[in-house]
Design a protein around this ligand. Structure first.
Ligand SMILES: Nc1ncnc2c1ncn2[C@@H]1O[C@H](COP(=O)(O)OP(=O)(O)OP(=O)(O)O)[C@@H](O)[C@H]1O
Ligand SMILES: [Mg+2]
Length: 197
C-alpha cells in the first residue's frame, strides 16, 4: 500500500505582484503567502501601498504584473462602514445573502458582535464603533475564506479601538478565515490571531 501526502494550498499566494498608478510604481514585485487561519498585519508608512495591496487581493483592482491566487469572494471591511442608510441592520448584514434564513443568519452574526438586540434598528442610530461592528458582522456572515480589513477602526477612539481589536481576534479565532489587515514594506504574521488595524 502506498500513501501520498498532499500539502494543502495556502489561502493566498502572491508572486511578483506589480501595481502602478500611471508612471508611479506602488508595488514592485511583492511575494506573499497567507495560510488558512493565518492573520497577517501589513505595517508601513502612509502611502506605502497597504490599501493598494488589499484591493489587489480582493480583486477590486487590476494588477500590472505577477500573479495573485486568492479566494474569489473575500469579505472586506473598510475604514468607513458603508452601511446602507435605508436598510435595517439585519438587512445590511444580509446584503447579497440568500433570502432563505437570512434574518436568522444576520441575527447570529449581529449577536457575535454584541448587537443581537438591534436587528430592526437603523444605521443612523449607531455610534461609530457599533457601525463598524455591523460591518464586521456583514463580513463574517459570508463565512469568508479570506477576510480583508483596511484600517476599519482608525476613526475610533483608542479605548474603543482596543475593544474592537480584541473582538476581531476572538472572531477570527472562531471563524478561522485567512486574514489580512492594514496598519508593505514589512509584514507581521501570527497563528493565534492578533489584530493590528
Ligand atoms: N486611484 C489612485 N490613483 C492614483 N494614485 C493612487 C490611487 N490610489 C492610491 N494611489 C497612490 O498609491 C500610493 C499608495 O496608496 P495606498 O492608498 O495604497 O497607501 P496606504 O499604505 O494604504 O496609505 P494609508 O496608510 O495612508 O492608508 C500612494 O502614493 C497613493 O497616492
Ligand atoms: Mg490605506
Amino acid at each position: 500500500m502506498s500513501l501520498s501526502v498532499v500539502a494543502s494550498r495556502p489561502a493566498v499566494a502572491v508572486r511578483g505582484l506589480v501595481r502602478r498608478y500611471g508612471a508611479r510604481t506602488v508595488i514592485a514585485g511583492l511575494d506573499l503567502t497567507i495560510e488558512r487561519g493565518e492573520f497577517v498585519a501589513l505595517l508601513g508608512e502612509s502611502g506605502c501601498g497597504k490599501t493598494t495591496l488589499l484591493r489587489a487581493l480582493s480583486g477590486l483592482d487590476p494588477i500590472d504584473g505577477g500573479a495573485v491566487d486568492a479566494p474569489r469572494r473575500p469579505a472586506v471591511v473598510f475604514q468607513e462602514h458603508r452601511l446602507l442608510p435605508w436598510d435595517s441592520l439585519w438587512r445590511n448584514v444580509s446584503l447579497g445573502q440568500p433570502e432563505n434564513g437570512a434574518r436568522e443568519r444576520a441575527a447570529g452574526a449581529l449577536a457575535e458582535v454584541g448587537l443581537g438586540e438591534r436587528l430592526d434598528d437603523w444605521p443612523r442610530n449607531l455610534s461609530g464603533g457599533q457601525a463598524q461592528r455591523v460591518a464586521l458582522a456583514r463580513a463574517l456572515v459570508q463565512e469568508p475564506e479570506l477576510l480583508l480589513l483596511d484600517e476599519p477602526f482608525a476613526a475610533l477612539d483608542a479605548l474603543t479601538r482596543l475593544k474592537m481589536q480584541a473582538l476581531v481576534k476572538e472572531l477570527v479565532a472562531r471563524h478561522r478565515p485567512a486574514s489580512c489587515s492594514s496598519p508593505t514594506t514589512s509584514t507581521r504574521r501570527s497563528r493565534s490571531p492578533t489584530a493590528c488595524c
